[in-house]
Design a protein around this ligand. Structure first.
Ligand code: PEP
Ligand code: MG
Length: 565
């Protein structure tokens, strides 16, 4: 047996998974010589389409709605006459069927990539997947996927698509290790939703191990250990047991208020739609610290009406007595809304994203402000803007809401009061937090974007995913600066980025003086437990050491030591 190998990638879903490897390597089948290649293509496209529709239904019944939607879109694309016409033309030009399918798919993918929308550009990757499925169908072969898993295993693959994960039985997946994908990619989202540990962007993973050999995936670190030796396995088994015991013990904190030392700390939940609100309420979250409203605006043919928005916001407010923090729409970057016909930009994350979009879409921004003010009669509503970079941005937000309130008054429509805040997710906002504090009622730090902008690494980049760690001292310094400026001005300061769900970083944020952490709903009680059981005074020197550390690695070593002491 060969040696143990440890490869680091990016953390995508926390926890430790251990099991035999199930390596997915899709060898392309031979396409036979055919008398009627176009007829064979039409039949294969229909087969592929029905396979995808079936996978969509399995995804739906496994509760993977997002995957289901992607698969349904792929099923329609497989059957698209445009693809059939392109294949026909390529065959007429003398290509064999395999090349004709590839050529047609490339052409369609190219036009999607150039259509000026990130959403359509993402569909370009789907076209490649569909072409592959059709080539398999022509050869009469069903692609090997996770539905072939017969025993519990750690899945190791170059990349995994929605189709790959849809047919799987999550009970049989001990973890995911992929070579591609970033911490916010498809596998990461699915893995987190199912509580399966995952490491992505692990280079050379599929060559490092064979099916059946042992793998440990450390999803909290983004590390894969292939063929672990006995000592390493014992170490990880102990850590996995401790993690599970902690999760179970955390349930004691459900619905309880917690303090960090003598200071009360709220642990709220992040929600992205109605289902998350149910989970957050069931976990006993102290309100909602980040309600992402994009689900109302994206994947739609038209903007949501004011009434639809009022109903959605009220639904959240009625569930919680603690504040519900709703973020105004954060469209742009990797989140396009097709009906807005946004300009194509070279670097969309540095472009017209978040509140930078409002000036050009003022009516839409006003409709959301009106809906929020009207819903505010149903609870304690705080509203915050994404991508605030300057004091002028914060002032724009104030004008938006004061204008909307005046208009509602003039129309005699009932509305409530809201606290207005900003997300601190652009380094300039953190650096100038003291000035911003005069314009707003609260700060909420978005570590996901703050990390991408501080390190100048696109958060969707797989090759650079290793840079994206909120434990980088540069990012922590900006967080500490924001907390200090906020508390000097009497503002509530919270963290709502993914980093708040990490127990070690949560302690650092508490030590910085934050009064609230907003975390992924399944982590609410683990974070409450971590905060409540911490020795607050002992965290001051740890914070100091972390802020003067040289790297995220050093910070994590310090935090691990603190958590296990
Ligand atoms: C963040 O950037 O940290 C954040 C919470 O917002 P989003 O992930 O929606 O950009
Ligand atoms: Mg953000």
């Amino acid at each position: 047996m060969s040696e143990m190998v440890v490869i680091d990638g990016a953390a995508a879903s926390p926890g430790i998974g251990d099991g035999p490897a199930f390596v997915i390597r899709l060898e392309e089948p031979e396409i036979p010589d055919l008398d009627d290649p176009h007829g064979a293509f039409i039949a294969a496209a229909a087969t592929a389409s029905s396979q995808l529709t079936e996978l969509a239904s399995s995804a739906d019944s496994a509760g993977l709605e997002e995957a289901g939607e992607i698969l349904r879109a792929q099923a329609m694309m497989a059957d698209d006459p445009m693809l059939a016409d392109e294949v026909k033309a390529a065959l007429a030009a003398g290509l064999d069927l395999g090349d004709a399918i590839d050529g047609a798919a490339n052409q369609i993918a190219e036009s999607l990539r150039n259509a000026g929308s990130d959403y359509l550009a993402e569909r370009a990757a789907d076209v490649g997947e569909i072409a592959k499925r059709i080539r398999f169908a022509v050869a009469g072969v069903t692609p090997a996927g996770l539905d072939d898993l017969a025993e519990r295993a750690v899945v190791v693959a170059r990349s995994l698509t929605a189709a790959d994960t849809a047919g799987m039985n999550p009970e049989l997946v001990a973890g995911f290790v992929t070579e591609e994908g970033g911490p916010t990619g498809h596998v990461a989202v699915i893995a987190r939703a199912l509580g399966i540990p995952a490491a992505v962007a692990v280079p050379g993973a599929t060559d490092a191990v064979a099916t059946g050999e042992g793998v440990i995936v450390d999803g909290s670190r983004g590390r894969a250990v292939f063929r672990p030796d006995d000592t390493t396995r014992a170490e990880y088994t102990a850590r996995a047991t401790a993690h599970e015991e902690q999760l179970a013990a955390a349930q004691l904190y459900r619905g309880q208020g917690v303090s960090f030392g003598t200071r009360a700390m709220k642990v709220a939940a992040n929600v992205g739609g109605p289902d998350d609100i149910q989970v957050a309420a069931a976990e006993g979250a102290d309100g909602v610290g980040l309600f992402r409203t994009e689900f109302l605006f994206l994947d739609a043919d038209e903007p949501p009406s004011e009434e639809k928005q009022v109903a959605a916001y009220r639904q959240a407010l009625e569930r919680f007595s603690d504040p519900v923090v709703i973020r105004t729409f954060d469209i742009g970057g990797d989140k396009p809304a097709p009906y807005l016909k946004l300009e194509v930009e070279e670097n969309p994350f540095l472009g017209v994203r978040g509140m930078r979009l409002y000036e050009g879409q003022w009516d839409l921004a006003v409709s959301q402000a009106r809906a929020l003010l009207r819903a505010a009669t149903s609870g304690e509503l705080w509203v915050m803007a994404p991508m605030v970079a300057t004091v002028a941005d914060a002032a724009t937000m104030r004008d938006l809401f004061s204008g909307a309130a005046l208009a509602l008054d003039a129309e005699g429509l009932e509305h409530g009061k809201v606290k207005l805040g900003v997300m601190v997710e652009v380094p300039s906002a953190a650096l100038n937090a003291a000035a911003l504090a005069k314009y707003v009622d609260f700060f909420s730090i978005g570590t996901n974007d703050l990390t991408q902008y501080t390190l100048a690494v696109d958060r969707t980049s797989a090759p650079l995913a290793g840079y994206l760690d909120a434990a980088e001292p540069s990012v922590l310094k900006l967080c500490a600066m924001t907390a200090k400026a906020g508390s000097q001005h009497g503002l509530s300061v919270s963290v709502c980025g993914e980093a708040a769900s990490d127990p070690g970083l949560a302690l650092l944020f508490a030590a910085m003086g934050m009064d609230k952490l907003s975390v992924t709903a399944p982590a609410v009680n683990l974070i409450k437990k971590t905060i409540a059981e911490a020795d607050a005074a002992a965290m001051d020197p740890v914070l100091e050491a972390c802020l003067s550390a040289g790297s995220a690695g050093e910070v994590r070593t310090l935090l691990d030591r603190t958590l296990t002491s």
